[in-house]
Design a protein around this ligand. Structure first.
Ligand code: PBG
Length: 329
């Protein structure tokens, strides 16, 4: 105590004595404008289907989207990320790049319904292939990177034609950002952005999503194309490469277990980086809250704030609607 002197010792405590003073020295804030809300769409009529492992999250048919968009709007959420569950799956994921596909129809509907909603679309083949992998398979079961790139470009273009503001390739093929940027530019879609899933780790936290999107691989896993959770520097390097390749936003996914990667991208690359607070992270919190083991509101707001504190510019989160409500309280 002596060595520090009396004055500095109590300074931080004095600045914590009431909410107004805490607010004066608060470094990070959370606002509804930080949130991107994932939406699952599927063919059919009158469908609002609960996802067991993700309480509060649903799959919607397009005719059921309007009230959902209204709710998001009333809460101040202005950005959605669309995932599609197709009617029909095949080896090449052809519904993914069909102009009449489910995501394309949903984009057109949302655009027509609410011109102020920003629409980002997930670009990947795993929801559309019958084998559930993110690309075209070789006979040996290995994903063919370059054949997959062609299909991903077709998918991105199809989403752009439908009116998406931004595409988000989550497939983890090498060279996807550059290939998609070129395809979009060549077709005149210079204003359609790319949110690159740059540091996407091969993670157990995607489990509930794969139920939600019916996209679990039918054999093997994604370790040959998603990143090794042991690697931090590789995540930073992948983001740097995506920036060079033309990404408008880069991403770290999952969020909570990879805050160190976010912090490094923020500090070293000085480029906007989004964090994906993924399905497993959501389900863990919901399960603990349902059991009365944690205070859901407090924990969710703390987690989202931590993701911002680590350096995220925005957060894709299934908690967005609840968090938006709590931030208004
Ligand atoms: C598709 C994709 C996945 C997620 C987003 N896009 C699943 C995966 O890679 O297995 C996961 C999102 C979540 O868990 O919330 N490739």
């Amino acid at each position: 105590m002596e060595a520090l002197g009396t004055y500095p010792t109590y300074r931080s405590r004095r600045m914590r004595q009431n909410e107004a003073m805490r607010a004066l020295v608060r470094e990070t804030s959370l606002a509804v404008g930080d949130f991107i809300y994932p939406l699952f769409v599927k063919p059919g009529k009158g469908i609002k289907e609960a996802i067991d492992s993700m309480p509060g999250v649903y799959r919607y048919s397009i005719d059921m989207l309007a009230p959902e968009i209204d709710e998001l709007k009333s809460l101040g959420i202005k950005c959605v990320l669309l995932f599609g569950l197709p009617e029909h799956k095949d080896a090449l994921g052809s519904e993914g790049y069909n102009d009449e596909g489910i995501v394309q129809q949903a984009v057109r509907f949302i655009k027509g319904y609410d011109k102020d909603m920003t629409i980002i679309t997930d670009v990947c083949l795993c929801e559309y292939t019958d084998h559930g992998h993110c690309g075209v398979l070789e006979e040996d079961g290995y994903v063919n990177n370059d054949k997959t790139l062609e299909l991903l470009c077709a998918e991105a273009l199809s989403h752009a034609r439908a009116g998406a503001h931004m595409v988000a390739p989550s497939d983890m093929m090498d060279g996807h950002t550059q290939a998609i940027r070129k395809a979009l530019d060549d077709a005149g879609f210079v204003n359609v952005g790319i949110m690159a899933y740059s540091a996407k780790y091969s993670s157990g936290f995607y489990g509930p999503f794969r139920e939600a999107a019916d996209s679990a691989p039918s054999f093997g896993d994604r370790r040959a194309y998603q990143m090794d959770p042991a690697n931090q520097t590789e995540g930073v390097r992948a983001a740097a490469m995506d920036i060079a390749a033309g990404a408008d936003l880069v991403m770290v996914k999952p969020a909570m277990a990879y805050l160190d990667v976010l912090r490094r991208i923020h500090d070293e690359l000085e480029f906007p980086c989004v964090a994906y607070n993924v399905s497993g992270e959501y389900s863990m919190v919901k399960a603990a809250a349902a059991n009365g083991w944690i205070d859901e509101k407090r924990v969710v707001l703390e987690l989202l704030l931590s993701i911002k504190r680590a350096g995220a510019c925005a957060i894709i989160t299934y908690h967005a609607k609840d968090a938006a409500r709590w931030l208004k309280d």
